[in-house]
Design a binder for this molecule. Structure first.
Ligand SMILES: *Cc1c(COP(=O)(O)O)cnc(C)c1O
Length: 341
C-alpha cells in the first residue's frame, strides 16, 4: 500500500544533490585543500560535517534510534519544511492537521502552496474517531500531522490512535513530539518499524534547553531520511550548534534535574491557581506549559503584560485560553501572586 517512490515529488526523486567537498571525502586527511577554506585554525575555519555523524551517534544512544534512521535539521521547523518540499506537490497536494495545533504546519503549507485541511479535535481535544477521519484523508497522499503532546492543548494521543491513522493514510504521517521529554507517554519511535510512512519529529529546543542552537530531529525509515538529506542545505547545522548540543547532551544529571523541577513546578503552579476566581479551567498537560481557560482571558493577558510578563494568547483558537510556559520557581511565584489576588 505505501509506496515512497509514488508519493515523492518527481523532481525530488530525479534530483542529483549538491555534492560538497566534505561529503565526497570522508576519511581522516592530513591536509585539507578541497573546500577553499581559510587554513588558519580558529575552531570555526572548517565547514561542519554535513551529516553530523558525531551528534547523531549521541542522539542515537539517548533516543534508542539507529543512526541511519536519524535526520538533523536546523530546528524541527526545517524538517517540517523539507517534508513539505519532498512529499507535497505545490498547488496539488494536501496537508492535514488536527486543530487547534502548532501554527508552523499552516505556515509551511502556505509557503509551499499546499492546501491545508483542518480537522477539528473533539471538545476535550481528543482526536475524532477513525470513522470521521477516514473519509477525509483516504485517497490522499501529502502530509498528515499529529502533534503529541499537542501544542497548545497539552494532551497526548496513544500509539494505538497514531498507528490506526498511519495505516489509513497513504501519505506521510508526521508525529511531532516536541514535548515528549516531559510526557509520561513514551515516544512513538517504536512504531517506525511497522509503519514506513511515519516520521517522528523531536527537538532539543524544549526539555534540552537549546532553543537558541536550533537542533531538531526527524526519525524515520532510511529511505525517507535519504530524501531529507538529499534536499537539505549541505551544511544545515553549524559547528557552534553541534558543539553546544554535544556538550549539553553530556549533562544528563542537569537535564533530568531540570525536567523534574519543571514538572514539579507545573503541578505546584496548577494547584496554586486552580481555585482562583479568575480561572475557569486548567487542561491536563503532558508538556512544560498549561493551557488555561480564564473567565476573561483578554483582561488577564493585559494585566500580565503590564507587569512585564508575556504569555501566549490563544483566544483566537480556543475561547478565553492562554498558554503559559512553566518558568523558574521565582517566575511562577510572580504569576501566582497576580492570579490569586
Ligand atoms: C516548539 C515546537 C517545536 C520546536 O521547533 P524547533 O524548530 O525545533 O525549535 C516543534 N513542534 C512544536 C509543536 C513545538 O511546539
Amino acid at each position: 500500500m505505501f509506496d515512497l517512490n509514488k508519493i515523492t515529488r518527481e523532481n525530488i526523486s530525479a534530483l542529483k544533490p549538491y555534492s560538497s567537498a566534505r561529503s565526497e571525502y570522508k576519511g581522516d586527511a592530513k591536509i585539507w585543500l578541497d573546500a577553499n577554506e581559510n587554513p588558519f585554525e580558529s575552531g570555526l575555519n572548517r565547514y561542519p560535517d554535513p551529516l553530523q555523524l558525531d551528534l547523531k551517534k549521541v542522539i542515537s544512544d539517548i533516543k534508542n534510534v539507529p543512526v541511519k534512521n536519524i535526520f538533523i535539521g536546523n530546528g524541527s521547523d526545517e524538517a517540517i519544511d523539507l517534508l513539505f518540499r519532498a512529499f507535497c506537490e505545490p498547488s496539488a497536494s494536501k496537508a492535514f492537521i488536527f486543530t487547534p495545533t502548532y501554527g508552523m504546519y499552516a505556515v509551511s503549507a502556505a509557503i509551499n502552496n499546499i492546501e491545508l485541511v483542518s480537522i477539528s479535535l473533539k471538545e476535550d481535544f481528543e482526536l475524532p474517531d477513525l470513522q470521521t477521519i477516514t473519509p477525509i484523508i483516504k485517497k490522499n497522499t501529502g502530509l498528515l500531522f499529529i502533534c503529541s503532546p499537542n501544542n497548545p492543548t497539552g494532551n497526548s494521543y496513544t500509539h494505538q490512535q497514531i498507528e490506526a491513522i498511519s495505516s489509513t493514510f497513504s501519505g506521510i504521517v508526521v508525529v511531532d513530539e516536541a514535548y515528549i521529554d516531559f510526557s509520561e507517554q513514551v515516544s512513538a519511535v517504536s512504531i517506525l518499524a511497522k509503519h514506513p510512512n511515519v516520521v517522528i519529529i523531536q527537538t532539543l529546543s524544549k526539555a534540552y534547553g537549546l532553543a537558541g542552537a536550533r537542533i531538531g530531529m526527524a526519525f524515520a525509515n532510511p529511505d525517507i531520511i535519504a530524501i531529507l538529506n538529499k534536499i537539505k542545505p549541505p551544511y544545515n547545522i553549524n559547528t557552534l550548534s553541534i558543539k553546544a548540543a554535544l556538550e549539553t547532551l553530556k549533562k544528563t544529571t542537569q537535564y533530568e534535574a531540570q525536567k523534574i523541577a519543571l514538572l514539579a513546578e507545573k503541578s505546584r503552579f496548577k494547584t496554586a491557581i486552580e481555585e482562583s476566581p479568575l480561572v475557569e479551567h486548567i487542561y491536563p498537560s503532558d508538556a512544560n506549559f498549561l493551557l488555561i481557560k480564564f473567565k476573561n482571558a483578554g483582561t488577564i493577558y493585559h494585566l500580565l503584560l503590564n507587569e512585564g510578563i508575556v504569555v501566549r494568547d490563544r483566544t483566537k483558537e480556543i475561547e478565553n485560553c492562554l498558554r503559559i510556559t512553566i518558568g523558574t520557581k521565582e517566575e511562577n511565584n510572580q504569576l501566582i501572586n497576580l492570579l490569586i489576588q
